[in-house]
Design a protein around this ligand. Structure first.
Ligand SMILES: *Cc1c(COP(=O)(O)O)cnc(C)c1O
Length: 442
């Protein structure tokens, strides 16, 4: 949708809401007169391959959403949209609604990790009690250990802090990926010290360098120990809708929960973080308090999402997914991902053509990590400082195993090749100046 159409559609939407307030509001009963599951019969089971028209979408808003105004439509569209998305990612059937599993929209990946941790904590406490481990909850919680790689996002450490459990950061290998053996060794060491492993977060597409923890090794370790495996693919997850990137998700069958942010790379506005459980019973058990004023006659027929996350009230965020998936179609969304990856590859080629630079990590998606070759961390940090002070482009650095590097990240849906060429010209100009000034230093 270009700016011109956006302007027009935006004005139409204001009229739609104003018409509702002026003419229609009293036509609708306060409680929607629809049966649980009504929406499933009105919406296809899968996302469209090709883009659909905005007018068709708005017709459906009137015909299928408005009769279920307020909660039923909000819950049911979310169930169906999370199934659409799960099918686009080719998630195992266990994550699709109908059985014990299913998806829910959280606000952010940080919340998803925290919710998964709390569910896993509750599951482990129940298991320990069944197996006659005596002690108060707080004593047992003090022995629980969560695991992630040293490349995991800071939100994992924070989830542990909030959940009052220990966080063991496993040392990643030389390409910054967590390996099964290292995880196993970390757990063994903790168990020998009387601690109880209960939760592992594997990251696909780490924030510092877009590395991928080895799911096919980590999964069996978690399975053997009956430990909850959560997968954080906040950034990279969007790419897995393309068959050529889906192999990064191999091993997903071992996961108890999986999360990625359509608001990061799938053209959905903030906030929209997609999370799936293999067995939602664990999170429901952990979060269920059930006062009388929240009971209703349809319990058990559709997910009670209030037990799947921290807030009670919820926004109608699935509308964003519905609009985006239909307006772009699977094809359009794949094209968007491929365009970014191809621009990142072109930037990589520019770096490769200049012997002063070296690429520090494999370029798999839209992130390119690099540094000045054979130069100290200080000089590289100075280059980044100058780039950001210059102000024409902006970059964020990282550091892995003592090596400082610059990160070129493609984020905007509007980025085109000339923008990449422009960024490259800024980087080379500032690097030339810096290297000239530092000729006599390392
Ligand atoms: C961005 C990111 C996060 C944090 O996402 P929020 O939705 O802002 O909480 C967590 N993990 C990874 C791997 C990320 O890329």
């Amino acid at each position: 949708m270009d700016a011109e159409e956006f302007r027009r559609r935006g004005k139409e939407m204001i009229d739609y809401v104003a018409d509702y307030l002026e003419k229609d509001i009293r036509k609708y009963p306060p409680l929607a007169k629809v049966e649980p599951g009504y929406l499933k019969k009105l919406i296809p089971e899968e996302a469209p391959g090709e883009p659909e028209s905005y007018d068709d979408l708005m017709k459906d808003v009137s015909n299928v959403i408005m009769p279920g105004a307020a909660s039923p439509a909000c819950t049911e569209l979310e169930v169906i949209m999370m199934d659409w998305l799960a099918k686009m990612l080719k998630l195992p059937d266990k994550f699709i609604s109908g059985g014990k599993g299913g998806g829910v929209i959280q606000g952010t990946a940080s919340e998803a990790t925290f919710v998964a941790l709390l569910a896993a904590r509750n599951k482990m406490l129940a298991f320990l009690k069944e197996n006659h481990k005596t002690g108060e909850d707080k004593e047992l919680i003090g022995k629980l250990v969560a695991y992630c790689s040293d490349q995991a996002h800071s939100s994992v450490e924070r989830a542990c802090l909030l959940g009052a459990v220990r966080c063991h950061q496993v040392v990643s290998d030389d390409v910054d990926e967590m390996r099964g053996e290292a995880l196993e060794a970390a757990m063994k060491e903790d168990k020998e010290n009387g601690l109880i492993p209960f939760f592992v977060v594997a990251t696909l597409g780490t924030t510092p360098c877009c590395s991928y923890d080895q799911l096919l090794e980590i999964g069996p370790v978690c399975q053997a120990e009956e430990i909850w495996l959560h997968i954080d693919a906040a950034y990279a997850g969007s790419a897995f809708i393309c068959p050529e990137f889906r192999p990064y998700l191999d091993g997903i069958e071992f996961a108890d929960s999986f999360n990625f942010n359509p608001h990061k790379w799938l053209l959905v506005n903030f906030d929209c973080s997609a999370m799936w459980f293999k067995d939602s019973g664990h999170v429901v058990n952990a979060f269920n308090v059930d006062p009388l004023y929240l009971r209703h006659e349809h319990e058990g027929k559709v997910p009670d999402y209030r037990h799947w996350h921290i807030p009670l009230g919820r926004r109608f965020r699935s509308l964003k997914l519905w609009f985006v998936m239909r307006l772009y179609g699977i094809k359009g969304l794949q094209q968007h991902i491929r365009k970014h990856v191809s621009l990142a590859k072109q930037f990589e080629e520019m770096l490769k053509s200049d012997a002063r630079f070296v690429i520090t990590h494999k370029v798999t998606l839209g992130l390119v990590c690099f540094r000045l070759k054979d130069k100290s961390n200080d000089i590289n940090a100075e280059l980044l400082k100058r780039i950001n002070a210059d102000g024409r482009i902006h970059m964020v650095p990282s550091n892995s195993k003592g090596v400082y590097f610059l990160r070129f990240a493609l984020c905007s849906s509007r980025t085109e090749l000339p923008d990449i060429e422009f960024a490259w010209s800024v980087i080379t100009e500032l690097a030339t100046n810096l290297l000239d000034e530092n000729k006599n230093y390392e």
